[in-house]
Ligand binder design. Sequence first.
Ligand code: BTN
Length: 262
Amino acid sequence: MPSDLRYLLQTRDGTDCLRIVYYKETDSTNTEALKLARRGYPHGTLIVADRQLRGRGRRGRHWFSPEGKNIYMSLIFRELERLPCPELITLYSSVCVIEALLSNVKSAAAHIWSKWPNDIYWDDKKLGGILTEGGGLKKERFFVIGIGLNVNSTKEELSKNTDHSGTSLLSETDRTLRRDRLILDIASGILGKSELLGSPLSLKKRWTELSRTPGATVKVIGERESFRAVALGIDERGHLIVRTEEDGKLKTLCAEEVVHLR
Ligand code: BTN
């Protein structure tokens, strides 16, 4: 195991409920987590890889996942009775990722924010994303929360391998960072923030504090149409309410793509 992942082997206070499955390389930690969850692996199983061969993002996009650099992790979450509104799981996870970043990266507070619904940004560049799967079918009473974060990739490799709008903690801070502490803080945050998880109102408030989407002018890209709008905020199910520029009508977005214009 690479030296900056070694703490994953040690148990720490507050993370005892974590059961860690580590792969030097795998197609996708989400694919592994879905397999293991279907085999009955418990709540709190964390799958981590040093490299992904077929990392996946939303809408079938490829997720750049080189060896030894970044975070690729998926958490099995089974305690659905703790979620008054399961649809909030992605926004909840993004709050936990940002809080872990705020406590591990000194200068993060002025730069990091959550773009609705599943992106983590550093100023105007994408630092990471969340892909939540499972949970929908009656038989599958679990979620897999997949998190990708660019930690130690260089600017050059990101501009060669992503659509140029990506960044990493190394590019922004000029420091390399151990991945294990961040991974453990994110996972224990997701498993542990019961008050936030149980209260859609508190979650809405915290997410709004950590996001720059409410108030932004955005381009909404849906399956059938795209239009400009002003984002007003989220409702208690985590859906985004926007006012269209064309006719001022309110629309509620569930899973559309939103591009910030200013
Ligand atoms: C997105 O921004 O579209 C979501 C990206 C999610 C990437 C992570 S990396 C770990 C996990 N395994 C995957 O194949 N995808 C998620």
